[in-house]
Design a binder for this molecule. Structure first.
Ligand code: AKB
Length: 316
């Protein structure tokens, strides 16, 4: 693997904390710079940490110059639930910061960008089952609007300035190392914590709410695969649909009961129900499979076992 210096923004979040470990094993600890807004004294990380507020483009340029960064994984963002509560800040954070990195790539300061989009780009008029790569996109959330606009910006910078930017539309991501924060799919992480801590869970989405989901190991493998694929194979910019799992809260409850028979689920849907209802239930990822060999491995059964085994140790 060719050595490159990498910067990850929002690196203390759910994706970043696991991506950083993976990239360190591939590129070496000295070549992976992680950044977030947290004070360094509150950060427990084995490697190079820089404080970056991603809205401060001068600070970004300073860190990029200091470490001669060539590839950026720009993960800092507000998710669907939080952005809906704070729309102006959600728009600013999600859009301005993407444009900062696209401009830096246009000016050849950096060579390559990974930027996550989301199933949030789809909306109530989108076909719900096996949602195709190219289809109607009518997002009804600030988050979804920002991700869809971001996809078009990426395409524009690629077509007009030759920027190498790569992207996937993440479904809900499930992991045990770092809790999710502010998303509509977060129930599928919270349920495992509460199963271990309290033996019961009140879901903020109602029974029968099917959403596309993915276990974090598969998501991290997808990022690495996409970023190491020859750009000729990818062609015109697209943010790739990623499928994997599709389930509703009661299915996770059934799986958890196989390990914790007394586990109980109840339902108190909140404002996130409307967001979930506007999103797909399952995703057609045939384009990602054909273009760069996307191949998720985790089933709901294997994911549940892995989550419970690891959380039992973590929460002990
Ligand atoms: C959210 O729920 O906002 C995210 C997403 C699907 O992009 N997890």
């Amino acid at each position: 693997m060719e050595t490159e210096t990498i910067l990850i923004t929002g690196a203390l979040g759910q994706i970043g904390s696991e991506l950083a470990e993976k990239l360190k094993t591939i590129y070496g600890k000295e070549n992976v710079i992680i950044s977030d807004i947290r004070d360094p004294k509150d950060v427990d990380y084995d490697g190079i940490y820089e404080v970056i507020d991603v809205l401060d483009s001068n600070r970004i340029k300073e860190v990029i110059a200091k470490h001669n960064v060539k590839t950026v994984y720009h993960l800092a963002a507000l998710l669907s639930g939080t952005a809906e509560k704070n729309p102006m800040f959600g728009w600013k954070l999600n859009m301005d910061t993407l444009l900062t990195f696209l401009e830096l790539a246009k000016d050849k300061v950096i060579d390559k960008i990974f930027w996550p989009s989301s199933i949030g780009v789809f909306g109530p008029d989108t076909p719900k089952d096996n949602t195709p790569q190219n289809t109607v996109q009518t997002p009804s959330t600030v988050y979804g609007i920002s991700k869809l606009a971001g996809e078009y910006w990426c395409k524009w910078y690629q077509q007009n300035h030759g920027v190498d930017v790569r992207s996937v539309r993440f479904p809900g991501l499930i992991s045990w190392k770092t809790p999710a924060g502010g998303g509509t799919t977060d129930y599928a992480v919270d349920i495992y914590y509460k199963a271990i801590e309290e033996g019961k869970y009140t879901s903020f989405l109602k029974e029968g709410t099917y959403l596309p989901m993915l276990y974090m190991d598969d998501a991290i493998d997808a990022i690495v695969q996409l970023m190491t694929t020859d750009s000729e194979k990818l062609g015109e910019f697209k943010s790739y649909n990623l499928g994997g799992l599709s389930f509703a809260p009661e299915h996770l409850a059934e799986e958890i009961k196989k390990h914790i028979p007394s586990f109980e689920i109840s339902y108190e849907p909140d404002f996130r129900q409307a967001i979930a209802d506007s999103w797909p239930s399952s995703i057609d990822d045939s384009v990602a499979k054909a273009d760069w060999g996307y191949a998720p491995k985790f089933s709901t059964e294997k994911m549940t076992e892995t989550m419970l085994d690891n959380l039992r140790v973590k929460l002990a």
